[in-house]
Design a protein around this ligand. Structure first.
Ligand code: URA
Length: 209
């Protein structure tokens, strides 16, 4: 998998435009996020290895492809990651799921872990970390640090929007982790928001603003 994949499929781009609009309602935002996550999940799993399995169709036996290896792991970076998670789980219902919770220490501005729960045997599985916004990259990099400490070696990072700053930060800290996104936006503003972006993804999906 290449290090940065921008999913430029027209359906993804159209849905993303609707999500960016400031007058899109919470209900529509959620529905669009669900739809777009299915399409992104399709792309992030494109290169999963398959193996032949002997099956019987109503007509004959055949060797048919099935995904190889242990069930993959989706890791939601709380809280906005949960919005992407729901849609992906519709497409990959057998996936194992983990959660990473981080908050920003007001004094040091460093991410601090408050929750970490992931499936066992991470080292034998493909792990997809999901967070809609790769902004400064601080929490995303910290989440990937924690996943590697827990044993993950085959990791990829899925987001809806990325900033050039966030991509640079992630690629510097974790050059082995491919990033899959629907768009690389222009820049971060002084408050760490992606511009033009879509605002606060968590607030928009949960209606907390
Ligand atoms: N998190 C968000 O929800 N939005 C941004 O623009 C940046 C980080």
């Amino acid at each position: 998998m290449t290090h940065l994949t921008v999913v430029d499929h027209p359906l993804v781009q159209h849905k993303l435009t609707l999500m960016r609009r400031k007058d899109t309602s919470t209900a529509s935002f959620r529905q669009l996020l669900r739809e777009i996550s299915l399409l992104l999940a399709y792309e992030v799993t494109r290169d999963l290895p398959v193996t032949a399995s002997r099956i019987e169709t109503p007509l004959c036996e055949m060797d048919a492809p099935v995904i190889e290896g242990k069930k993959l792991v989706l890791v939601s970076i709380l809280r906005a990651g949960n919005g992407l998670l729901d849609g992906i789980l519709e497409l990959i219902p057998a996936a194992r799921v983990g959660f990473v919770g981080l908050y920003r220490d007001e004094e040091t501005l460093e991410p601090v872990q408050y929750y970490f729960k992931v499936p066992k045997q991470l080292s034998d599985r493909t792990v997809i970390a999901v967070d809609p916004m790769l902004a400064t990259g601080n929490s995303s990099v910290a989440a990937v640090d924690l996943l590697k400490q827990a044993g993950a070696t085959d990791l990829r990072f899925l987001c809806l929007l990325a900033s050039p700053e966030g991509i640079a930060r992630m690629q510097e800290a974790h050059p082995d982790v491919p990033i899959i996104t629907a768009s690389v936006d222009s820049h971060l503003n002084e408050k760490g928001y992606i511009v033009p972006g879509l605002g606060d993804a968590g607030d928009r999906m949960f209606g907390t603003k």
